[in-house]
Design a protein around this ligand. Structure first.
Ligand code: NAD
Length: 333
């Protein structure tokens, strides 16, 4: 099958494309190598994907309508997994315009191409932060998500709404998934696990927000990929629910699905696992909560399991071991 995956030089896009290529699928990959973090890491990921014959990369900005049109003029994929985005909470306070350009304009440009062709399934990466200020744990897809706390979550919620409108107007089947705190090898340098491991190995202090009183549903990247690929076979049909917990739209072939580990972990436990895996003690710099952040996220994955029979299960102890092994090897430390 021919998949178009966006964000293939990114953390999750790289793993997703690699998984599909290893299964014998063809992948057209789009990424603009945004210099939000180390571009060398992105190049290395694409180099690995380029070892597969079935990989065709395009280094283009999704906000460039002409470039996006060009890619589609060369052929239509059967399925699209749209992972490219400007992510990050802190960065969104300083550079909000990049979120509009990548997450709103980029997603719109893709959807416009899709509607002209109508493909089998459009899958869109959203985030647990779409639940905003909600404290109705564990988050179920059917609870209201109308209190975004950052421009990042607002643009992701906007992306979900754009997908619903295209599903409604053009009958384009679309699944939006909300990822919960993804981590693993080849991970993002701006995220906690990467920063903590790096500083702990260098003997430098780590910034621990909200004095460590945070809880996250850390989800291993391999589980995320398995769930995404399984969901690509679960093509939504308007109003056809798999249970009372289904988020399926009554009017459009669109649904929202959480992808999380459903096992929330205290930040201090997470740090203790990194200490164990590295064999070093962390020097903790206890800090107040960052603006736009939340104390807890926690996924209800009943819908994911009903649709795919799959439940993420890698415990943080195992996932952190895998990450630390990769980190030491990659950076030779
Ligand atoms: N990592 C997580 O914990 C997490 C949690 C929730 C949601 N998500 C979502 O999952 C997706 C993948 O996240 P990730 O962690 O792999 O992030 P990432 O930053 O590693 O990957 C995103 C990729 O998209 C590319 N990109 C950004 N804007 C682009 C544009 N305009 N045109 C083309 N390419 C562009 C970047 O260069 C990058 O390589 C994102 O949509 C993100 O919002 C991630």
């Amino acid at each position: 099958m021919l998949y178009l995956v966006t964000g293939t030089a990114g953390f999750i896009g790289f793993h997703t494309a690699q998984h599909l290529l290893q299964k014998g699928h063809e992948v057209v990959g789009i990424d603009s190598f945004v210099p939000y973090y180390d571009v060398k890491l992105k190049e290395r990921r694409h180099d690995i994907l380029a070892q597969h014959q079935g990989f065709t990369p395009y280094v283009i900005d999704l906000a460039d309508v002409g470039a996006v049109t060009d890619v589609f003029s060369k052929g239509s994929p059967q399925r699209i997994i749209h992972l490219a985005a400007q992510a990050g909470v802190r960065y969104s306070l300083e550079f909000p315009e990049t979120y509009i350009s990548s997450n709103i304009v980029g997603t719109f440009n893709l959807l416009e191409q899709v509607r002209k062709r109508k493909i089998e399934h459009f899958l869109f990466a959203s985030t647990s932060s779409a639940y905003g200020a909600s404290t109705d744990y564990p988050f179920r897809e059917t609870i209201p998500a109308d209190t975004p706390l950052t421009i990042y979550s607002a643009t992701k919620r906007g992306g979900e709404h754009m997908c619903h409108s295209y599903a409604n107007l053009w009958g384009q089947p679309c699944t939006a998934f909300r990822f919960f705190s993804v981590y693993g090898p080849w991970g993002r340098p701006d995220m906690a696990l990467f920063k903590f491991t790096d500083n702990i190995l260098k003997g430098l202090p780590i910034d621990v927000y909200n004095y460590g009183n945070m809880v996250r549903d850390f989800t291993y990247v391999e589980d995320i990929v398995k769930a995404v690929v399984a969901l690509s076979d679960a093509i939504p049909q308007a109003g056809k629910a798999v249970g009372p917990f289904d988020s399926i739209s009554p009017v459009a072939p669109y649904r929202l699905v959480n992808i999380g580990n459903a096992t929330p972990v205290q930040l201090n436990t997470f740090i203790a696992e990194i200490e164990r895996a590295t064999g070093r003690k962390a020097i903790k710099n206890l800090m107040p909560m960052q603006p736009g952040d939340v104390e807890m996220n926690s996924a209800d994955t009943t819908l994911l399991q009903a649709l795919t029979g799959f439940k993420p299960s890698v415990p943080v102890s195992q996932g952190i071991d895998e990450f630390v092994r990769w980190f030491r090897d990659y950076y030779n430390v």
